[in-house]
Design a protein. Structure first.
Length: 363
């Protein structure tokens, strides 16, 4: 039975009620001062949540006193009888977390639950956060760190399993140094270990929920995943963005085409201008000028230099020379150049010599 189906059953059993109405009734058990603190701290009446200090200044008390009042309010609301109307809501939230392996990144979690409960309020995520805070023993909150997202989990064990997996996967991605599609990253993650005892049964949905907790694993604009420090995942300049474009297109491109494709992908940063792209590519050893304004990746086998340079490189180790047709075929794998241009360059008698049977060699 799906969470959504369960929710519809609950709604049908609670006519003319929704989550906001339930919460409005719930906090009526608090005295006005405590209720005001709770409403402001959790943003139950507005889009923003107020700090302890801001509330304290408004009430004329210290931030520590506000914290004490908040704790008192949550303790009063934690009464089993008070929370009875929210029991089916808690069950839906728990089921949703279980579907994602028992752990979920907070920003995704709040949006998903807002949709699940069909909340239309501007502060719907505040309402969900308040519901979660009412059952802190059931839903555990983990603060954001430099390496990990803000997280809600069912227990410490599942959270630690997710972190172990994320750390092992990050190390693997750093070693590979190449971003991979979602299917590949799931397969890699599943092979690393660090999963719960029932790992053989864990769904891709739950496994990916684990991966999304790691702030050092990210997605590039083409949907590939890798270490966030890699230029192929988080390109910082025109050269890195161009490199990703070539990897995606898998063919030589004019610098103006590269600039246009960079802008179409909408990378972060300023708009790419053709001349800037040309200036950057010509200085970077990852790229080779293979024609008039046309570039390719160096690891595709293209060679830098003029057509004459490529001809010299081609004939340098060719004992007895090469036939005209062989030369044309080889050179065109290294440069985007017309046959007539190759033949014209071969006429340079200061560099090349024609021998028997239409063969050429170096002078």
């Amino acid at each position: 039975m799906t969470s959504l189906y369960l929710y519809f059953i609950i709604i049908n059993n609670m006519p003319e009620q929704n989550l906001k109405n339930i919460l409005d009734e719930l906090i009526k058990v608090l005295n006005p001062r405590v209720r005001e603190v709770i409403e402001k701290r959790f943003g139950l009446r507005s889009v923003s949540c107020q700090t302890l200090e801001a509330i304290g200044q408004n009430l004329g008390v210290t931030r520590e006193r506000v914290r004490q009042i908040e704790a008192l309010g949550l303790k009063q609301l934690a009464n089993k009888n008070v929370l009875e109307p929210l029991k089916p809501v808690f069950e839906i939230i728990e089921k949703h977390l279980i579907d994602y392996g028992g752990v979920r990144r907070e920003d995704y979690f709040l949006k998903e639950l807002s949709q699940l409960f069909s909340l239309k309020e501007k502060n719907n995520e505040n309402l969900i956060s308040f519901v979660l805070a009412l059952r802190q023993e059931r839903f555990i909150y983990f603060k954001e760190t430099p390496k990990w997202q803000t997280v809600w989990a069912l227990n410490n064990s599942v959270y630690n399993n997710a972190l172990s997996l994320g750390e092992a996967l990050k190390k693997k991605l750093v070693e590979q140094n190449v971003p991979i599609p979602k299917e590949a990253i799931l397969k890699t993650a599943a092979s690393l270990g660090g999963l719960p005892a029932q790992a053989g049964e864990i769904s891709d949905k739950a496994l990916f929920s684990y991966i999304e907790l790691c702030r050092e694993i990210a997605q590039n604009p083409f949907g590939e995943w890798g270490f966030i420090g890699s230029p192929e995942v988080s390109p910082k300049g025109v050269k890195d963005k161009a490199y990703l474009i070539f990897k995606k297109e898998k063919k030589p491109l004019h610098f103006a085409q590269v600039a246009n494709l960079i802008n179409q992908v909408a990378f972060l940063g300023r708009k790419a201008h053709p001349q800037t792209v040309h200036n950057e590519l010509i200085k970077d050893p990852r790229f080779v000028l293979v024609g008039r304004g046309i570039y390719a990746l160096a690891d595709w086998g293209y060679e830098p230099g003029t057509v004459r340079d490529v001809l010299v490189s081609t004939l340098k180790n060719a004992e007895g020379g090469l036939a005209k047709e062989e030369i044309i075929k080889i050179v065109q794998t290294k440069r985007l150049v017309k046959e007539n241009t190759i033949l014209l360059n071969l006429q340079n008698k200061k560099v090349f010599k024609k021998i028997d049977n239409e063969r050429f060699t170096l002078l």
